[in-house]
Ligand binder design. Structure first.
Ligand code: PLP
Length: 417
């Protein structure tokens, strides 16, 4: 199993995890009288103090609406908000700041593209997704198909939880207008060969949206090197606030798209006869956004950059390797997702014990994992399971916490035999 670097080995910088943990106030919490062991990072990650304080500082010192005020506070708020956009641009190596649209999260980013770009789809056009998408990257396309008469096609998954590349090739064709695929599967941990897939899609004239919700916290993303047309991610999985996120889109493409929501800030001029639109990216940012949240997302990005994504990827890879080896010794444990390229996600089922029962016992031991379908019901169907237990790692997790997970799993075995 290799690391989540989509093709190259990460630089082996040892993280000082003990020191880093001090940055996260919540990690000193106890639950049910036990130290919190937080392994639900794929759902949302915990926030470092600098992010929490940046958001509070905005409200305490600079709270004002952006872009419309000439007074000092409004200008401070606008500057901080636009500086956060610059941080995002640098973080994903976008070519231009106009290509960074602030949204509520990955779900909203995908819906934006479906609602706006989707207006050019016609009956018989095809949208190609993969069998391992989060519902957020399935349902907006189903809604678009219902509106437009386009057809949804799906790339199959192999038994290891990788994409079947033959199925991908077979389904690309002259009618494929858009390919929407996840960079890393939240249910399986698989890292997809997105660069290669984008090239193939472009060769067929299709544009590509990459769902990067699970990728940006774990590997270096370079949207120019990927050559993706759209890249979507959420702030809250990236150690930033909930309700924040980003849609990256190539400027020419965004420019050619109609707005999807009307309101303040997205207009140039309004009359009752007609309205005209603001420049990018504001054309897609109607209404007052989560100003504090986006500013604090910029802080989260700065925090991650100061640690280094390569070092984080290497650390999480070590935890995954340790956990995968330990899992092999647990009687009746079946891993769901064993692809060669994986990020720090361990999804599994235990014979005869429902995932929710496993999760409840783990919780009583202070171990927070996610149980259920992980908003990826088709993945559950593909592997013939109703639900899995998912442990997912972040930069602050330790080998001792992996041991604690398996000690808690031993308790499950004691209870259920
Ligand atoms: C791969 C993937 N895509 C999309 C989403 C949706 O993200 P959000 O709920 O932040 O919009 C998630 C969240 O778990 C995810 O893991």
């Amino acid at each position: 199993m290799r690391s989540a670097t989509d093709g190259h080995e990460p630089r082996r910088t040892i993280l000082d995890v003990t020191q880093l943990r001090n940055d996260f106030p919540i990690l000193t919490r106890r639950v049910h009288g036990k130290p919190l062991i937080y392994l639900d990072n794929a759902a949302t990650s915990q926030k470092p103090r600098c992010v929490i304080e940046r958001e509070a500082c905005y409200y305490a010192e600079s709270n004002a609406n952006i872009h419309r005020g000439i007074h000092c506070l409004s200008q401070e708020a606008t500057d901080a908000y636009e500086a956060a956009r610059d941080s995002v641009k640098r973080f994903i190596n976008a070519g231009r700041r106009e290509e960074i649209v602030f949204v509520r999260g990955t779900t909203e980013a995908v819906n934006l593209v479906a609602a706006s770009y989707g207006q050019r789809l016609k009956p018989g056009d095809e949208i190609l997704i993969t069998g391992m998408e989060h519902h957020s990257n399935i349902v907006p396309w189903q809604l678009l198909c219902a509106r437009s008469g386009a057809v949804l096609r799906v790339v199959a998954i192999n038994d290891a939880g990788g994409l079947d590349m033959e199925s991908f090739e077979q389904q690309l064709g002259p009618y494929t207008k858009l390919v929407a695929l996840t960079h890393i599967s939240n249910a399986l941990g698989t890292v997809n060969p997105v660069r290669q897939m984008i090239d193939r899609a472009h060769a067929h004239g299709a544009i590509v949206l990459v769902d990067g919700a699970q990728a940006v916290p774990h590997l270096t993303v370079d949207v120019q090197a990927l050559d993706c047309d759209f890249y979507a991610f959420s702030g809250h999985k990236l150690y930033g606030p909930t309700g924040t996120g980003v849609l990256y889109g190539k400027a020419a493409l965004l420019d050619s798209m109609p707005p999807w929501q009307g309101g303040g800030d997205m207009i140039r001029q309004v009359t009752f006869a007609r309205s005209t639109w603001n420049d990018l990216p504001y054309k897609f940012e109607a209404g007052t956004p989560d100003i504090a949240g986006s500013i604090a997302l910029g802080t989260a990005i700065g925090y991650l950059e100061s640690i280094g994504l390569d070092a984080i990827a290497a650390h999480e890879h070590d935890l995954l390797t340790q956990a995968t080896a330990r899992a092999a010794d647990v009687p009746g444990l079946r891993l769901i997702g064993t692809a060669r390229e994986k990020a720090g996600i361990l999804s599994f089922v235990l014979d005869d014990v429902h995932a929710h029962d496993v999760g409840t016992i783990l919780d009583s031991e202070g171990v927070a994992v996610r149980t259920g379908h992980h908003c990826a019901m088709p993945v559950m169907e593909r592997f013939g399971v109703p639900a899995t237990v998912r442990a997912s790692f972040a930069l602050y997790n330790t080998p001792g916490e992996v041991d604690a997970l398996f000690a808690a799993l031993a308790k499950v075995r004691e209870v259920f035999g």
